[in-house]
Design a binder for this molecule. Structure first.
Ligand code: NAD
Ligand code: WQD
Length: 349
């Protein structure tokens, strides 16, 4: 099958691309390299021993997207491209709505003019906000507390309306919990520009000596050890879920409409547990600094991933030990991240 992958040079996109190519599909990546580097795509080519198309373009450039769609004639799209930093979205809401919502609209407009009606979207567990109950299932009310979260929810709603307008659409909305880890080769992984916002890349940068210690944000939560609990999911498991979702979009005779799926393991892990597990995997202890809560954080968040198992036939296979070992393998083999020139507007630490 021909699969268009937006944001394919990014963290999750590169891992999904490896799986897409390994499954024998043809791929074409559209990415503006605003938060990624060309080296990431070179590494995917080496790992897969396969080639794929690449167009460096911004999704808001509808003409450029139209040209790719006309040339490649995708049968399905996996839409990863987006900005994802919660704090940055608070400082620059217009930039986030423009990139994530207008970018998605532009892509959908180009697709709607083609025959392609199979679409897989990267959403986030952030759309659930502070949980009313746990584990979070897809029926949990959505509520967002940041512009970033609102861009994801608005894109979900646009997609739902689109599916309502034409029964040929099959749209899988994938709500990721906390993606971590790297490809087992250590050749591709998460390479944040500047100060890492998320826990695992911060831990790996401490382990490799780029940062002195991990700040543990909050030790007085109502959790077993007082630190925040999250559902960490290995990026390889997450990548495989996209293949299952693309298969699901094939549907029967008509389209499948719009469905949301949680992608998590169903298990919660605290900050202290993750830091300890990483220390064991890397053979070095992570120095900790106990710090106040980070504004906007919830105490506990984990998925009920049952719907993905029932309807996509997918479940997470890899545990915390593999997440930590692969993250360490990537970071220790690439202490400064990907080599080579900057792709775009990434800012240095
Ligand atoms: P990433 O920043 O590594 O990858 C995103 C890619 O999209 C980058 O290569 C970037 O250059 C590209 N891009 C962004 N805006 C674009 C535009 N307008 N036009 C073309 N390319 C553009 O992020 P990631 O972690 O791989 O996340 C992928 C998707 O998954 C995002 O939509 C993100 O919101 C979502 N998501 C991520 C997480 C997470 O924790 N990593 C969790 C939930 C959801
Ligand atoms: C995890 C835990 C922190 C950093 C975010 C987004 C969400 C989604 C995934 C995109 C929390 C603690 C963190 C540090 C710490 N992204 N922590 N020290 O906040 O669950 O989710 O990423 O969609 O939308 O909000 O992930 O990795 O930032 O934090 O103690 O230096 O680690 O307080 O308990 P989060 P995270």
């Amino acid at each position: 099958m021909r699969i268009l992958v937006t944001g394919g040079a990014g963290y999750i996109g590169t891992h999904a691309l490896v799986e897409v190519l390994a499954a024998g599909h043809e791929a074409w990546v559209v990415d503006n390299l605003g938060n990624s580097r060309p080296a990431a795509l070179d590494r995917v080519r080496q790992l897969s021993n396969r080639d794929f198309g690449f167009t460096r373009a911004d999704l808001r450039d509808t003409e450029a997207v139209r040209a790719v769609v006309a040339r490649f004639r995708p049968e399905a799209v996996i839409h990863f491209a987006g900005l994802k930093a919660v704090g940055e979205s608070v400082a620059d809401p217009l930039g986030y709505f423009d990139n994530n919502v207008a970018g998605s609209l532009s892509l959908l407009r180009a697709l709607a003019e083609s025959d392609c009606r199979r679409f897989v979207f990267s959403s986030s567990a952030t759309v659930y906000g502070d949980p009313d109950y746990l584990p979070l299932d897809e029926a949990h009310p959505t509520r967002v507390s940041s512009p970033y979260g609102r861009t994801k929810l608005q894109a979900e709603e646009i997609l739902r309306d689109l599916a309502g307008s034409d029964p040929a659409w099959s749209i899988a909305v994938l709500r990721y919990f906390n993606p971590v880890g790297a490809h087992p080769s250590g050749r591709i992984g998460e390479d944040p520009a500047g100060f890492p916002n998320n826990l695992m890349p911060f831990i790996t940068q401490v382990a490799v000596g780029r940062r002195p210690a991990l700040n543990v944000f909050g030790t007085d939560y109502d959790t077993p050890d007082g630190t925040g609990v999250r559902d960490y999911i290995h990026v390889t498991d997450l990548a495989r879920a996209h293949l299952a979702a693309v298969d699901w979009t094939a549907g029967e005779e008509a389209g499948r409409g719009w469905e949301a799926f949680n992608l998590g393991t169903g298990r919660g892990t605290s900050v202290l547990e993750l830091a300890r597990a990483f220390g064991e995997a890397a053979g070095r202890e992570i120095p900790l600094v106990l710090a106040p809560r980070r504004p906007g954080d919830v105490a506990t968040c984990y998925a009920d991933p049952g719907k993905a198992l029932r309807e996509l036939g997918w479940r997470a296979e890899l545990g915390i030990a593999e997440m930590c070992a692969s993250s360490w393998h990537w970071q220790s083999s690439n202490p400064e991240g990907y080599p080579g020139e900057e792709g775009g507007e990434r800012t240095a630490a």
